[in-house]
Ligand binder design. Structure first.
Ligand code: FMN
Length: 191
């Protein structure tokens, strides 16, 4: 079984990456194959709106990591997507990934796969709930299944890189999200 953890933060080792890594821990413990696809070190260029992919099923942008991402999504059994709140939205890097998913809209790569959502922002009510909605909306648009954490997706409040490490409850909740996704994946496997 294979899981992919996507972080939309441009900040390496920031709070989002920490929470996504924490949510991936239960997968390692169960012997899943784990792929980290963190946009701090991967490049997904923005869609240019040429719509060539509607005819060809291929994107004209070839000098980035989108092909790699597509093969990872094709192979995965479950996924986790995290993003910091940026202007009460997902980051531009993650939105580019969402838009470029247009290329596989007819292939249903994520249909029936369980997915979890994580967000972190510096503010109380800083738009985290909107970010969760946006990630869940992506899952639903792709036919994926939204898996809850304790309630809804995982929403956290932190600012400087690594601040989240001081919040044991949020780290625990990230692991709960991972465990819940595994439970859904196993249920789906059993049919
Ligand atoms: C351009 C920008 C926009 C931001 N917008 C928000 C926001 O709308 N709400 C919020 O709570 N925090 C906002 N923040 C703060 C980040 O969400 C916060 O620092 C978060 O911990 C960053 O996550 P990271 O460490 O994973 O990069 C913003 C930060 C930046 C750089």
């Amino acid at each position: 079984m294979k899981v992919i953890g996507i972080s939309g933060s441009p900040r390496k080792d920031g709070n989002t990456e920490i929470l996504v890594r924490e949510a991936l821990k239960p997968f390692y413990e169960r012997g899943w194959e784990v792929t980290e696809f963190f946009l701090s070190s991967k490049t997904i260029k923005p869609c240019i709106g040429c719509e060539t992919c509607i005819e060809t099923g291929k994107c004209v942008i070839e000098d980035d990591d989108m092909e790699l991402l597509i093969s990872e999504l094709e192979d995965c059994d479950a996924l986790i997507i995290g993003s910091p709140a940026y202007f009460r939205n997902v980051t531009a890097q993650l939105k580019a990934l969402f838009d470029r998913s247009f290329v596989f809209k007819n292939r249903k790569l994520l249909a029936g796969k369980p997915g979890g959502a994580i967000t972190v922002g510096r503010g109380e009510g800083g738009g985290q709930s909107l970010v969760l909605l946006i990630i869940h909306n992506y899952y639903l648009s792709e036919g994926a299944i939204c898996v809850p954490c304790e309630i809804n997706g995982l929403s956290a409040r932190a600012d400087k890189p690594g601040d989240i490490l001081k919040q044991e409850n949020r780290l625990r909740q990230a692991r709960v999200l991972g465990e819940n996704i595994i439970r859904y994946a196993e249920m789906l496997l059993r049919g």
